[in-house]
Design a protein. Structure first.
Lengths: 187, 165
């Protein structure tokens, strides 16, 4: 399974949640598969999906899922101690770990070599870290949502990409509709 | 009242409830005052771009943020300021220690000081410079301005303002 197949699998679960989606292909894939106003698409700033998601989670009550990649977490490794030491039980960090920088041409990351992001997250103090196979991602993600306990998921998958269009939405529109979803109350 | 306490009081009066900090000796008093303020969630960050990500999230989650950092951070955060804070039009007061100015004992700090205002100017970031004791009286208006225009705004505070080291 490759990343876009995981995203296709979990899109029905993501639909009802606040989502911060990583720059590049992950955002473009989710946008193409199931665009939702409750998804904040990152158009720039590699590495900050987990930081933005944690900020949203700490500021309000709804569940927030940050979709990140192994390369992006490596570029902002300082995020893991911050997450560990500022527990938000409405926060889930989903690292789709394909061992490569997918958006730039599948160059290998160190996470695909000796470095285990699962072990790094645990060493940083994250208390609920679950590594799973790509096929299990939906089940693990749903369980994490239901548990209402801050969880880091490392979903291991194969590298590879599909053709997707770039996102042409205005960033302020993306931000505004996301903020409206933050404050929306279900009737 | 100490200047640090007055700064934090202005934060509170302007609805700031989420503050991230990267330490600086010069801003130690403000950071301590932030930590003591019960209405502010203080979240230290490991690097300033990470802190700006946290602030962007907090803002979208409904809390007014601020970041406290050194001017060396301007060298670290250009991409984040441009492609996150500015691109998505988010407000971010940046209380910055302006190291490398008069009374600076560490030569290396000057190397970044000479670029600080030029970089902020290049990024079209409104910039205010607290140089004399009492300049902090403008902080309340600067914070109101920041949340009015949804931009990152820099408040440089130098050693003369803080009374030396």
């Amino acid at each position: 399974m490759i990343r876009s197949e995981i995203i296709r699998d979990i899109a029905p679960i993501l639909r009802d949640q606040l989502v911060v989606c990583n720059i590049g292909l992950p955002s473009q894939e989710l946008h193409m598969i199931d665009d939702q106003a409750s998804t904040f698409y990152m158009l720039g700033t590699m590495g900050l999906s987990s930081s933005i998601g944690l900020g949203v989670a700490l500021a309000q009550q709804k569940t927030v899922i940050s979709i990140d990649g192994d390369g992006s977490v490596l570029t902002n490794l300082g995020t893991l101690p911050t997450i560990a030491n500022n527990v938000a039980d409405n926060f889930i960090l989903l690292i789709i770990d394909n061992g490569s920088y997918g958006s730039t041409g599948d160059q290998p990351t160190y996470a695909g070599k000796k470095t285990s992001l699962t072990a790094v997250a645990r060493a940083c103090g994250c208390e609920n870290v679950i590594e799973c196979h790509a096929e299990e991602t939906g089940v693990v993600l749903q369980a994490a949502i239901d548990s209402k306990v801050m969880t880091v998921i490392v979903a291991k998958c194969e590298s590879g990409n599909i053709k997707v269009p770039v996102i042409t939405k205005d960033p302020v529109v993306i931000r505004d509709r996301f903020m409206n979803e933050v404050v929306r109350t279900d009737e | 009242m100490s200047v640090s306490k007055k700064i934090v009081n202005d934060f509170v009066a302007n609805g700031i409830e989420f503050v991230t900090t990267v330490p600086c000796k010069q801003l130690g008093g403000v950071i301590a005052a932030v930590e003591k303020e019960p209405s502010i969630y203080h979240i230290p960050s490991n690097k300033e771009d990470e802190g700006m990500g946290l602030c962007a999230g907090a803002f979208m989650g409904g809390k007014r943020p601020a970041i406290i950092m050194q001017n060396t951070a301007i060298g670290v955060t250009v991409n984040t300021l441009v492609t996150l804070t500015q691109f998505y039009r988010m407000p971010l007061p940046m209380l910055i220690s302006y190291r490398g100015e008069l009374k600076e004992p560490v030569a290396c700090q000057v190397e970044m000081a000479v670029h600080t205002k030029a970089l902020l100017n290049q990024l079209n970031i409104p910039t205010y410079h607290f140089h004399q004791p009492g300049d902090e009286q403008e902080l309340d208006a600067i914070l109101k301005y920041t949340f009015m225009c949804n931009k990152p705004v820099a408040i440089l505070t130098d050693a003369t303002f803080w009374g030396g080291y």
